[in-house]
Design a protein around this ligand. Structure first.
Ligand SMILES: NC(=O)c1ccc[n+]([C@@H]2O[C@H](COP(=O)([O-])OP(=O)(O)OC[C@H]3O[C@@H](n4cnc5c(N)ncnc54)[C@H](OP(=O)(O)O)[C@@H]3O)[C@@H](O)[C@H]2O)c1
Length: 346
């Protein structure tokens, strides 16, 4: 099978033919075999890139993997083979899930307990972008922050993978959503989703713009801060928080880990939630499973949508990583495996 192999750590945006590229396309990689009676092999249709996949190849992710490895986390596809004790799935079923590694390949083997059936009405490619981005935002906003209707939610990095998911889940919860993003294209998309206020970082000051909106709507401040960016933007956003705000620490796309002063957290009764979604698989698997089932149901009913700004073939994976590095992605960037898809649709 074809697989993308990370042979050394480094910048994955270098062309795959470049000798210095840390990733190479292996065209004769062994197809993984069923390794237990309840194992299922999936022929992957789509896998999405997450910022974490980029960090993993750079060697800057919180978890380190022995080399060589096949990167990639969330995927969708069709069941290709099942072990003798598999009762939940049959060959041909549309499925999706996520894994620690291994989805940038034509096939993956997982246990049936880790797979989700993609319901009728769900686009299979979209399902391949659901787990990490929407799962993180759903567990964060619904399970941890317990966001309720009428509360004010501030989303940083709002047009990125987790950000756009947070915006949609916030709207689905009935929250008043304020989104921060850079550039007209991102701003227009956020407005089209019914976001209550959008700050364009390219030409606006976040504190001033949000304060004006809050005053105009007679709102006291931010109830929930969703932060996948960190750095200077977090520092500025802290000025907008009120008594009792819940802060969701999601990530540091800016590359800078922010400081949240404990003395101010005390005085203002803030709650700081560090969230590592992937670790729920070990510590709280039921929450994660229920969340993905709920998200698949929302997707099938058209209550959330997956926005895919860039799609590539596996042989173009370096371009997919460039889209993330250059902050061009709106929603998700995908690797799609389907030779029959016309290039114009990618
Ligand atoms: N805690 C968890 O379990 C978990 C799960 C998933 C993701 N994450 C983390 O969340 C963060 C975002 O992930 P994602 O997949 O949503 O990434 P993404 O799609 O690339 O979005 C990141 C957003 O951050 C903004 N940004 C600000 N400064 C940036 C910079 N210097 N470089 C790149 N982007 C910058 C960009 O928005 P503008 O260009 O509009 O400013 C961009 O849209 C990452 O740190 C990731 O590791 C954490």
């Amino acid at each position: 099978m074809e697989a993308l192999v990370c042979r050394k750590l480094g910048d994955p945006t270098l062309g795959l033919e470049d000798n210095n590229s840390p990733i190479i396309l292996s065209r004769n990689h062994p197809i993984p075999q069923l390794d237990s009676p309840t194992a299922v092999r999936v022929r992957i249709k789509a896998t999405s890139l997450n910022f974490a996949n980029y960090l993993q190849i750079l060697g800057k992710y919180q978890e380190k993997y022995p080399l060589p490895f096949i990167p990639g986390s969330d995927f969708s596809g069709v069941v290709d083979a099942v072990g003798p004790k598999v009762s939940d799935f049959r060959v041909g079923d549309p499925v999706c899930s996520f894994a620690g590694l291994g989805t940038f390949a034509e096939f993956i083997v997982v246990d049936q307990s880790h797979l989700f059936r993609v319901p009728q009405g769900c686009d299979l490619v979209s399902a391949g972008a659901l787990a990490v981005a929407f799962g993180t935002s759903h567990v964060g906003l619904v399970h941890r922050a317990q966001l309720t209707s009428g509360q004010v939610l501030l989303v940083l990095g709002a047009a990125g993978g987790v950000g756009l998911a947070a915006v949609q889940i916030g709207k689905a919860c009935g929250a008043i959503v304020i989104a921060v993003a850079r550039g007209d294209e991102k701003v227009q998309l956020l407005k089209s989703l019914g976001v209550d206020h959008v700050v364009d970082l390219g030409n606006e000051n976040v504190t001033q713009s949000v304060k004006e909106f809050l005053q105009a709507r007679k709102l006291k401040g931010i109830d929930v801060l969703y932060d996948p960016v960190g750095g200077k933007l977090t520092k500025e956003s802290l000025r907008l928080l009120k008594w009792g705000t819940k802060i969701l620490i999601i990530g540091f796309a800016s590359g800078e880990i922010p400081v949240i002063p404990a003395n101010i957290a005390l005085v203002k009764n803030w709650t700081v939630h560090g969230l590592y979604w992937g670790s729920y698989k070990i510590h709280c698997p039921g929450v994660l499973e229920d969340s993905i089932k709920e998200l698949l149901s929302l997707l099938a009913r058209g209550l959330i949508s997956i926005y895919i700004s860039h799609s590539y073939r596996l042989s173009e994976a370096n371009l997919a990583f460039s889209a993330i590095k250059d902050r061009k992605v709106i929603g998700k960037v995908m690797i799609v495996f389907d030779e029959k898809l016309p290039r114009s649709k990618l």
